[in-house]
Design a binder for this molecule. Structure first.
Ligand code: ZN
Ligand code: ZN
Length: 251
């Protein structure tokens, strides 16, 4: 049984800065190994609070270089490798994030491998197997992911992006879809998804389960649980709003 653990569900700057929600990203457990997606601020604290065995974090995946997705990357690399004493972990990130640089150079040899994400590419690090989407519409190089689970299901991660029609094809295969839903209403020039855009997407792809996360202030004010309930009723699919520390079992 694979498992998702939401170490944080905060999205935009204000929610992260005030820590109205935690901002630790998402952990996927397959067998007894972990994939850590987007280690934002506080990830190390929440890994410790959840008693996650750090040496079992095999893959770290960073969708893009914004701080809410990678602020704890350096300390997590240091922690899982015991300060470089044990070479561990495979890091996948965008070339743009690497050049920023989001990872301090003295930490590079601590990792087993650092690899750049390319669009529409398959990566295999057993038990993890995932492919990238084409580049999303965000202010920096950003990818979404489709993870192939041993339960013969596909788990989609729809990271920060503006809405664009190709998202339908990109995520059509996903039975379980995690969506970064930052805004209640769309705002011109803001490259994040809003409720009506997510609804438009879900109407076309109908996954079994949708998990909303990465909430900005307008979403928190609107109450993500109410929005998930309304989307479930309107679309007749299972939509849930993630909360900090939420576990989701995949069977
Ligand atoms: Zn973000
Ligand atoms: Zn972003």
């Amino acid at each position: 049984m694979s498992e998702l653990l939401f170490l944080g569900t905060a999205g935009a700057r204000y929610v992260v800065a005030k820590q109205l929600r935690a901002s630790g990203g998402v952990l996927l457990k397959i067998e007894d190994q972990f994939l850590l997606l987007d280690p934002g601020p506080g990830t190390l604290v929440y890994l410790a609070k959840n008693k996650i065995p750090l040496e079992k974090i095999k893959v770290i995946l960073v969708s893009h270089q914004h701080l809410d997705h990678c602020a704890d990357l350096n300390i997590v690399v240091d922690a899982i490798t015991e300060g470089g004493f044990k070479k561990r972990g495979i890091l996948y990130l965008t070339e743009s994030a690497f050049k920023e640089p989001i990872l301090l150079s003295y930490l590079h040899p601590f990792l087993l491998k650092i690899e750049f994400l390319k669009p529409k590419t398959l990566y295999e690090e057993p038990p993890f197997k995932f492919k990238t989407t084409s580049e999303l519409k965000h202010s920096v190089e950003t990818y979404g992911f489709l993870v192939f689970l041993p339960e013969n299901k596909i788990l989609g991660f729809l990271s920060d992006t503006a809405y664009f029609e190709e998202l339908v094809e990109e995520f059509r295969e996903a039975q379980i879809l995690v969506v970064n839903l930052v805004r209640e209403k769309s705002l011109n020039g803001v490259l994040h998804l809003s409720v009506s855009e997510v609804k438009k997407l879900l109407q076309k792809i109908k996954p079994e389960t949708v998990i909303l996360t990465h909430f900005g202030m307008t979403m928190l004010k609107a109450n993500p649980f109410k929005i998930a309930k309304k989307l479930s009723e309107d679309l007749k699919i299972h939509v849930i709003a993630a909360y900090d520390g939420m576990k989701f079992m995949i069977i």
